[in-house]
Design a protein around this ligand. Structure first.
Ligand code: ATP
Ligand code: MG
Length: 708
């Protein structure tokens, strides 16, 4: 591995005459911000201000005359994009709205929409979600497959795609019969996607890559359009994303990548640290900048983080220091069960609130864990205590059946060749068109190599179907066309709102929900989701929301059709989450890049974190390379978790954990020992709940006295 040469180090205090833009940046950060002529890599530990460098650099370049629309800043999630846009706006005002701040996938949508015709895609292609993909895969395999197997294939195919392989290449490199059979299914899957004019999430990277690689005119256009590309969380890019970046910036290499090799936690999804290693080789003129001051956490927290990550191999040596003082000791909390662990977390939150006057906001607390299912006991305990919370990184609003029903209609307006959307829309609500009719239509469409929608208007179809069935199909087809025409003309929030309300009435969707649910309460909740969703669509059509995936220009009035196309990319109604004063429950993966004053890391139990390693809790001397590399990724995950905390950190583990259906005795994670905490201060007093209640009572009494 080539050592990276470090040419700048952070030195405090910052420059003697800071301009408003450079205020709050140290020397090394300023160097990274000011270096705009060529490739730049900021490689630094957690909380050292990497993301801050990106926002300030955007502002700096605009101040120096680069047009905002020639800057692209790529973030890891839509939420991070929204936050970055917000921060850039704080620095430079409205000019920030024209900067393209988005994920690689959203950038991909824009590129494929603008230039996909050279690949045979029309601008209005559909973006398939996970469920569509699994059902297409099942269908491609002959229809007898169970969902779990289909998801397994999807996983493998996705990894191949992220490695830049198409079906033919995957077949050529397949190791055994099993892989060969998946490659063959992938081939059929690719054919179906092409026929449906649809793309999956991985295509949103691989198609733009193909565009730039195989079409010099498109490449020249994008290279000229983008003056500078900035990439946050660079350590978690995958091979195709790196290739895309290289082609976007061309030989001049005007880009800024910021990242931390110790926070690479998406290896399981194809992200590769090779991208960091390759940069200085592919761009010999690369300027590498190292930041060493952590501005987020107290020394106690940072020391625990440094100790944990210590045993991992280093891409480059780094030490982080903090000037925020020693702070509270990191606490270890043991619990008898998951329920007990949740109770203790709630008690800790209450205790910390009661101990400070004024008490910290709820939004200052986060409970982080490895896997989604761990949220449940915490949700219950928080509810019981009447503490407001949100679960982020969990099941998305857009995965709800009612929202997916509506999205199927939108997809059909956008791309009438989208067969999966056709089948969902025509049956949601049911409109008297039965499976026999749909089966016959499907057969006809396959025979004539057409999409279902195109087949429906074929002059030859009447010969294949009875009159009544045909009338129903035609009516549906005409209605979709009419909606599409109207959605295209529907501009702005008010018009969109009226349009959506009329449409829901026309298809009688509310009745459909109530008919399909035994419980009125459930139906009412689903209907309220629908209304909320429509309202959210309308707001976006009005351009009031500036947290879209970034694929369309921000703050402009949009047609409903334009709004509809980017929906598949969004995983949350992020504006709903904005600034709510609630405790955050999140997976460690979804917590990347974020920070909270008080963090509780839960489930730090051997077998959960690190997750099931076959090395006997670290006692085995010799382990396979695979086990070792998994352990290293788990350690990075722990490091990410620890470094989210600003002022206080508690790490909790349970003496029992689930193993299959049984409960088995469990040990604290080896990472707790690796944190090398001071034993006399680390153990949290199990009577803290009592203390918390006393303190809360005292505070209330104090306030009551004040009022009196
Ligand atoms: P991560 O690795 O977790 O993504 P990061 O390196 O991107 O972290 P930031 O999120 O940019 O770090 O910064 C961490 C915190 O430190 C933020 O609250 C940020 O505002 C603050 N910060 C960064 N640089 C400075 C600085 N020079 N002066 C004061 N505060 C700073
Ligand atoms: Mg960051």
């Amino acid at each position: 591995m080539g050592r990276l040469c470090i040419i700048a180090r952070s030195v405090s205090p910052p420059s003697p005459h800071p301009s408003p833009m450079s205020a709050g940046l140290n020397l090394a950060q300023l160097q990274a911000v000011h270096y705009t002529e060529g490739p730049c890599l900021v490689l630094a530990g957690a909380g050292s201000g990497k993301t801050r460098v990106i926002t300030h650099k955007i502002a700096h370049m605009i101040e120096r005359g680069l047009e905002p629309r020639r800057i692209a800043a790529i973030t890891f999630t839509n939420k991070a994009a929204a936050e970055m846009r917000e921060r850039a706006k704080g620095l430079i005002g409205r000019a920030a709205k024209d900067v393209l701040v988005c994920t690689f996938h959203a950038l991909g949508v824009r590129m494929v929409r603008e230039d996909g015709k050279v690949l045979g895609l029309k601008p209005q292609f559909s973006i398939l979600d996970q469920d569509d993909v699994t059902s297409i895969l099942k269908d491609a395999a002959g229809g007898t497959t169970d969902a779990a197997t289909a998801r397994q294939w999807q996983w493998t195919i996705s990894l191949w795609k992220n490695m830049g392989l198409n079906a033919a290449q995957a077949l050529a490199q397949a190791k055994d019969d099993h892989e060969r059979s998946i490659a063959l299914i992938m081939q059929r899957y690719e054919e179906r996607l092409a026929a449906y004019q649809s793309v999956d999430f991985d295509d949103l990277i691989s198609l733009p890559l193909k565009l730039l690689r195989d079409h010099p005119e498109v490449r020249a256009k994008w290279q000229a359009a983008l003056g500078h590309v900035l990439v946050d969380e660079y350590q978690d890019t995958n091979a195709t994303q790196y290739d895309l970046l290289k082609l976007l910036v061309g030989e001049r290499g005007r880009f800024t990548a910021v990242g931390d090799d110790d926070q690479s936690i998406y290896g399981w999804r194809g992200a590769t640290l090779d991208n960091l290693k390759k940069l200085p080789i592919d761009f010999p003129q690369l300027k590498v900048i190292k930041l060493e001051q952590n501005y987020r956490s107290t020394s106690a927290i940072l020391r625990a983080a440094n100790n944990v990550i210590g045993p991992n191999p280093k891409l480059f040596p780094k030490t982080l220091f903090s000037e925020l003082g020693e702070g509270e000791p990191v606490r270890v909390v043991d619990a008898d069960s998951e329920e007990h662990e949740a109770e203790r977390a709630v008690a800790r939150i209450q205790g910390l609130r009661a101990a400070a006057n004024p008490p910290p906001d709820w939004k200052g607390f986060a409970i982080l864990y490895r896997a989604n299912h761990q949220a449940k006991p915490f949700e219950k305990a928080l509810r019981k205590a009447g503490i407001p919370y949100k679960v982020s990184g969990g099941t998305s609003f857009f995965d709800r059946a009612e929202i997916r029903d509506l999205c199927a209609w939108f997809r059909l307006w956008i791309n009438s060749d989208d067969d999966p959307a056709f089948l969902r829309a025509i049956t949601s609500p049911k409109r008297g068109i039965g499976h026999t009719t749909l089966g016959a239509l499907g057969q006809f469409a396959t025979q004539h190599k057409q999409s279902l929608f195109a087949a429906l208007f074929s002059p030859m179809l009447p010969a294949a179907l009875p009159r009544r069935a045909l009338d129903g199909l035609h009516e549906f087809g005409r209605y979709v066309n009419d909606l599409e025409y109207r959605a295209r003309q529907t501009l702005g929030a008010e018009n969109a709102r009226a349009f959506l309300a009329d449409w829901l009435k026309e298809i009688d969707y509310e009745k459909h929900l109530y008919d399909g649910e035994d419980s009125e309460k459930v139906a009412a909740a689903r209907w309220s989701n629908v209304l909320e969703f429509c309202d959210w669509m309308a707001q976006r059509a009005g351009g009031q929301i500036d947290d879209t995936a970034g694929a369309t220009t921000q703050m402009e009035i949009k047609s409903l059709l334009e709004v509809a196309q980017t929906i598949a990319l969004l995983s949350t109604l992020s504006d709903r989450e904005k600034d709510q004063d609630v405790v955050t429950l999140s997976t460690l993966h979804a917590s990347k890049g974020l920070e909270w004053p008080h963090v509780i890391l839960a489930g730090v139990t051997e077998g959960m974190l690190p997750f099931k390693l076959d090395d006997d809790g670290g006692r085995q001397q010799k382990v396979s390379d695979e086990t070792l590399s998994r352990l290293q990724e788990e350690r990075r995950l722990m490091y990410v978790g620890i470094t989210r905390a600003q002022r206080s950190l508690a790490v909790s583990w349970t003496k029992k954990r689930k193993k299959g259906r049984e409960m088995v005795a469990a040990q604290p994670s080896r990472f707790i020992a690796e944190m090398a905490l001071d034993k006399t201060t680390a153990r949290e007093d199990p009577r803290e709940k009592l203390k918390a209640l006393r303190a809360e009572f005292a505070l209330k009494a104090q306030n009551a006295a004040k009022v009196a």
